[in-house]
Design a protein around this ligand. Structure first.
Ligand code: ZN
Length: 261
């Protein structure tokens, strides 16, 4: 159960570490003031995607990360990547998939093992939509950096297995650490398991359910060439995120080459 961290935190009287990705509010204990701000490239960058970016999109893959502990913070090209965390959600994932399809766009979905086990058919739907999969740990463990290498490896492997069981033949080339609480060890294990450590550069904190207008304004002002945008299709009520996407998808696709990773 994902509630257990909330309980541990409450019992110890702790404040959670800065969480970049999305902890759902229910399990985040409401911190967030110390969350890292977006580190996106200059929003003043020219809005038109370069031809070169289109040409190299298929090679914009795991390189040396420019984010915390060597994680990937940007796409490495002018293209922008949309990423969705904490699903699959039986309510919101299908809606987000339908919206992406309507705009002929692809994204990357960072899946939680527990959710995959509960909603395996949604994994197949994500793949059928032509999107990229990312491992987001078994139970959204934001304290992974404090665990043993053996534990990290087993949690990532367990999630990977659940994804492959849900969608035989699926390829999972990315791992995203919950909370963005990376460590060198987590990055190393990710690489050893064949997954690039996926971070982000734009974080509208949509998991906290700010007003839709705030999510839109944040993404618009912080996204630039190379941005990896973090949003959520799981972890709670994503109605504000969904509403924001209805504006953001056409807005972003007019200005950038939007890629799945
Ligand atoms: Zn998350």
């Amino acid at each position: 159960m994902r509630h257990r961290w909330r309980l541990v935190v409450a019992a110890l009287g702790l404040t959670l570490l800065p969480a970049g990705c999305g902890s759902a509010p229910a399990r985040a204990g409401g911190p967030g003031a110390a969350r890292p701000r977006s580190h996106s490239p200059s929003p003043t960058a020219s809005p038109s995607p370069s031809v070169q970016a289109r040409l190299v999109r298929s090679t914009a893959l795991p390189g040396g990360g420019d984010g915390p502990s060597g994680s990937l913070r940007t796409t490495g090209t002018a293209a922008v990547a949309l990423t969705f965390d904490d699903g699959p959600s039986p309510v919101w994932t299908p809606k987000v998939l339908a919206l992406l399809k309507r705009h002929h766009l692809h994204a990357t979905f960072c899946l939680i093992g527990e959710q995959v086990k509960e909603y395996p058919k949604l994994v197949a739907r994500i793949i059928a939509g032509g999107h990229t999969l990312c491992n987001h740990s078994w139970d959204h463990d934001e304290f992974m950096s404090q665990r043993s290498t053996k534990y990290i490896r087993s949690e990532l492997t367990r999630t990977d297995r659940a994804i492959r069981k849900a969608a035989p033949g699926a390829t999972v080339r990315y791992y995203r650490q919950p909370g963005g609480n990376w460590s060198k060890r987590i990055v190393r294990v990710s690489h050893q398991l064949g997954m690039a450590p996926l971070g982000w550069s734009v974080d509208p904190s949509d998991w906290k359910r700010p007003p839709t207008s705030s999510i839109i304004a944040n993404v618009k002002s912080n996204t630039g060439h190379g941005s990896i945008v973090l949003m959520h299709d799981g972890g709670g009520d994503r109605s504000h995120t969904y509403a924001a996407l209805r504006t953001l998808l056409p807005y972003l696709s007019r200005r950038y080459d939007l890629i799945r990773l």
